[in-house]
Design a protein around this ligand. Structure first.
Ligand SMILES: Cc1ncc(COP(=O)(O)O)c(C=O)c1O
Length: 445
């Protein structure tokens, strides 16, 4: 292991520390160390592309959410990224787990994650998802369509009723991109408050003795960089809860506001602290409940990206440099197969050369992947030294969420490993996919 200077050195070129984990420091030879481990050491030892996860950053972000809303349940959205170690970290920190498939449920079960702290989501839960959830005894299942109510009730064998929530659609536009706005009308998630669909579903659930309705759920979307949409959501949903009390005579004790809290991908991106979201949500909850004389419901939040994205760094090796059409393309050994976000949502990143100090002037560069698509662009117009060359290692911060978890096997490249760092040590959490993995699934001729 390479020795890291004991005193953290400020890294001017890491312009905004917020896009890097708190532990990021400069290391000898133009390197950056995270969790006390130089990134080039990881590239050498585990190969590239590789994903680095700063365990202490994940844990401290999870704790920040617990501190921000001390009376709430904090449920980590596993879709951001999950593996066995992450399940353990969340369990140890006292969070719950938001899952949306039998696969995620089984992973949690393998680690003995307390089933009562699990929330199952999904707009189209398969029979296997529901069966697995009931067998494992998950705490709450969030109903997202009318047709799953009777189906679920029929499968509950008791002795008690299954606790459920209803995912309501408040009709609020929030989130960084149309494809991740789930609080607005006209998309596939939730049951509309305005159309009466949510109330119909609630009435049906109340008619099912095997289901116990504990509250409402409402997830507005992702990369929501202001607490205001959450406050608006609280107002709408509390008003709706009061209406349900009036019409159906029930006071729902739980309110789940989902996730969607923004992180900084670029220096200067707005990314309020959990405490800022928490304060605004709490204030509005107290105010709205007072207005409707409604008892304060127990709150749940489901941060995913906010806990995981800033803790992750993607490492690539440069394979080719090309100047064409007035642009400089730096092609790396990963791409849209390990990070589909730029192609899906036009997501933007910063990129930094690591492991070599360069005095060359910086120039605008397009970092592209190795896949057979012109849209396989990882980062446009990023500043990199003019002398970037094949063999160099590039680091992309804020890569912990919705990258490895959305990775594909396009072009039969192998999905990258995930390496945890903490206290100057690295350890493999998820190994790189192998060609044998591919071949073992290809069973017919
Ligand atoms: C129901 C639900 N909760 C929580 C999340 C987590 O969102 P984020 O990772 O943006 O916090 C999602 C993301 O899709 C979601 O669908």
């Amino acid at each position: 292991m390479t020795a890291i200077p004991a005193v953290p050195v400020s890294i001017p070129e890491l312009a905004a520390p917020s896009v890097w984990p708190v532990s990021a420091v400069s290391a000898p030879g133009g390197d950056v160390a995270v969790g006390g481990v130089p990134l080039t050491e990881i590239a050498e030892r585990y190969g590239t592309p590789a994903y680095v996860l700063d365990e202490d950053e994940v844990r401290s972000r999870a704790r920040a959410w617990l501190r921000a809303l001390p009376d709430a349940e904090v449920v980590y959205a596993a879709k951001a990224f999950v593996c066995r170690a992450v399940v353990d970290w969340m369990e140890q920190e006292g969070l719950g787990l938001d899952v949306c498939s039998a696969g995620e449920l089984e992973l949690a079960a393998v680690r003995g994650f307390p089933a009562e702290r699990i929330v199952l989501h999904g707009n189209a839960k398969s029979p296997e998802d529901l069966r697995t959830a009931l067998r494992l005894g998950v705490g709450r299942i969030v109903i997202d369509s009318d047709c799953e109510i009777a189906r679920l009730a029929a499968q509950v064998t008791g002795p008690g009723a299954q606790q459920v929530m209803v995912r309501v659609l408040p009709g609020i536009e929030a989130g960084a991109h149309a494809k991740i706005r789930t609080g607005a009308e006209g998309q596939k998630f939730g049951l509309s408050i305005a159309d009466g669909d949510a109330e119909d579903a609630i009435a049906r659930i109340l008619g099912q003795p095997r289901l116990e309705l504990t509250g409402l759920h409402s997830h507005l979307g992702s990369q929501i960089s202001s607490p205001e949409p959450y406050a608006q959501n609280v107002r709408r949903v509390v008003a709706f809860m009061a209406r349900i009390r009036e019409r159906h005579g029930i006071t729902l004790p739980e309110l789940d506001l989902g996730g969607g809290f923004a992180v900084a991908y670029l220096p200067g991106d707005p990314a309020p602290l959990p405490a800022a979201y928490g304060r605004r949500i709490n204030d509005e909850l107290v105010r709205s409940c007072a207005e409707f004389d409604y008892p304060l419901p127990r709150l749940t939040v489901e941060p995913g990206r906010s806990i995981m994205a800033p803790a992750g760094i993607a490492l690539y090796r440069v394979l080719a440099v090309k100047r064409t059409g007035g642009q400089v393309f730096v092609a790396v050994d990963g791409g849209m197969s390990d990070n589909p976000r730029p192609a899906l949502y036009g997501a933007r990143y910063t990129v930094r050369l690591v492991g070599r100090a360069s005095a060359a002037p910086m120039r605008a560069t397009t970092v592209v992947g190795r896949h057979c698509e012109a849209g396989d662009v990882l980062a446009e117009a990023v500043e990199l030294p003019e002398d970037v060359r094949p063999g160099d290692v590039l680091a992309v911060p804020a890569s912990g969420a919705y990258q490895v978890s959305m990775a594909s096997g396009y072009n039969m490249t192998r999905r990258p490993p995930v390496v945890a760092v903490s206290g100057g040590r690295s350890r493999l959490l998820v190994r790189r996919e192998t060609f044998d993995d591919h071949r073992s699934r290809d069973v017919g001729l």
